[in-house]
Design a binder for this molecule. Structure first.
Ligand SMILES: [Zn+2]
Length: 140
């Protein structure tokens, strides 16, 4: 069987529960019970790169902390790309907000600063971006 290198889409329940796993070794069955998933699902994830080890009787053991780390890694790229061109992280709201009247200011070379007002609290927020990725916005 081929080892998959692409990222695995995880059920929301797993993302919520995985950080509660302890830094100890679990059997696949225990992991499945903790997270409420099928053993066949876990087997797919082992193929997809879940850190695990085998003992001298070829039994699989999974460190809960390493498993939680793997879960985190699966969702990181999604977080990074979830920011739209008219969105920025508002420090006051402590979350991603939509920008009202975003303005683009050139910084240097291909870098621009997107400056706008937080839709939720009215705080002025800005973020850096690449010009080629903001072309759509500047035409508006
Ligand atoms: Zn805000």
């Amino acid at each position: 069987m081929e080892v998959k290198s692409r990222r695995t889409k995880l059920p929301h329940a797993v993302i919520i529960k995985a950080p509660g796993l302890l830094p100890m070794l679990y059997t696949p069955r225990e992991i499945c019970e903790e997270l409420g998933i099928a053993e066949s699902t876990l087997r797919d994830w082992l193929q997809a790169g879940v850190p695990h080890q085998r003992d001298n009787r070829n039994r699989i053991w999974i460190n809960g902390e390493l498993f939680a780390g793997w879960v985190t890694k699966q969702r990181k790229p999604k977080m990074a790309t979830s920011l739209n061109e008219d969105e920025a992280y508002c420090m006051r709201c402590n979350q991603v907000s939509k920008l009202i009247f975003p303005q683009i200011q050139p910084i240097k070379g291909n870098l621009v600063l997107i400056k706008g007002t937080c839709e939720k609290c009215g705080n002025v927020i800005n973020r850096g971006a690449h010009r080629d990725r903001t072309s759509e916005l500047s035409q508006n």
